[in-house]
Ligand binder design. Structure first.
Ligand SMILES: Cc1cc2nc3c(=O)[nH]c(=O)nc-3n(C[C@H](O)[C@H](O)[C@H](O)COP(=O)(O)O)c2cc1C
Length: 212
């Protein structure tokens, strides 16, 4: 921990987030809070603030799955691809379902899965359409294609929150029938905080030598 605090000290990190119904904002703020506790100068900003990315030592981009990664998260990365291709980047994705058929990387990008979200299929060799849809390789594979050439050093999947009272009929049908989502607040702060505590090492590449 000591070594990690050392490399994190004074590093400026932007945690940019997109949200449709608000719940991802607090995930981003929690990530920023942990980064500050590790010694970074971190701030969480909505992508709709059009925050400048220049001047940051690293950028974390987060957003929910809303028929693909929130389009504002994708737009944010694409619009700043030159800056983001030149600094360490991490992504996080909030979601209502995730199939965990094994594997800890998608197209070479290491992934972290909130264990409350990840569902291990009983028959990995015969996944249903719904299970295949919620595979990390599907969710993140599309994100990586859409945001290339930016390449995150890591991507985390966290359980989000689903408030049916805020949704229109189409959205309700989609999340209940296709995603098979359970309504309610599924966010697990321990999972978010644990990931964020490890981020300085991931972003600033000191994991291997911080203790020596
Ligand atoms: C229209 C809509 C589409 C969604 N699509 C997906 C999806 O494809 N996969 C998934 O796991 N969750 C999906 N969700 C669930 C959201 O990702 C989840 O509720 C998230 O926490 C919402 O974040 P927000 O409150 O920041 O908008 C969807 C939710 C809505 C309303």
């Amino acid at each position: 921990m000591e070594g990690q605090a050392g490399v994190a000290t004074g590093r400026r990190v932007l945690v940019a987030y997109a949200t449709k119904y608000g719940s991802t904002a607090k995930v981003a703020e929690t990530v920023a809070e942990e980064l500050r506790a590790a010694g970074c100068e971190a701030e969480a900003r909505s992508v709709s603030d059009a925050a400048p990315t220049a001047g940051f030592d690293a950028v974390v981009v987060g957003g929910p799955m809303i028929l693909g990664w929130h389009k504002e998260a994708v737009k944010f990365v694409k619009a700043r691809r030159d800056v983001l291709a030149a600094v360490p980047v991490a992504y996080f994705i909030t979601a209502a379902s995730l199939t965990d058929a094994g594997g800890d990387a998608v197209d070479g990008v290491p992934i972290v899965k909130d264990s409350w979200l990840a569902n291990a299929p009983s028959r990995p060799e015969k996944l249903s359409y719904r299970q295949r849809y919620a595979l990390p390789s599907h969710y993140l594979g599309d994100v990586l294609k859409a945001t290339a050439p930016v390449r995150p050093r890591q991507a985390a999947f966290f359980a989000g929150a689903l408030d049916l009272t805020k949704m229109n009929l189409f959205e309700k049908l989609f999340v209940m029938l296709l995603i098979g989502a359970t309504p309610g607040d599924g966010r697990h702060w321990d999972a978010v905080r644990e990931w964020a505590r490890g981020l300085p090492a991931v972003l600033f590449g000191d994991a291997a030598d911080s203790g020596s």
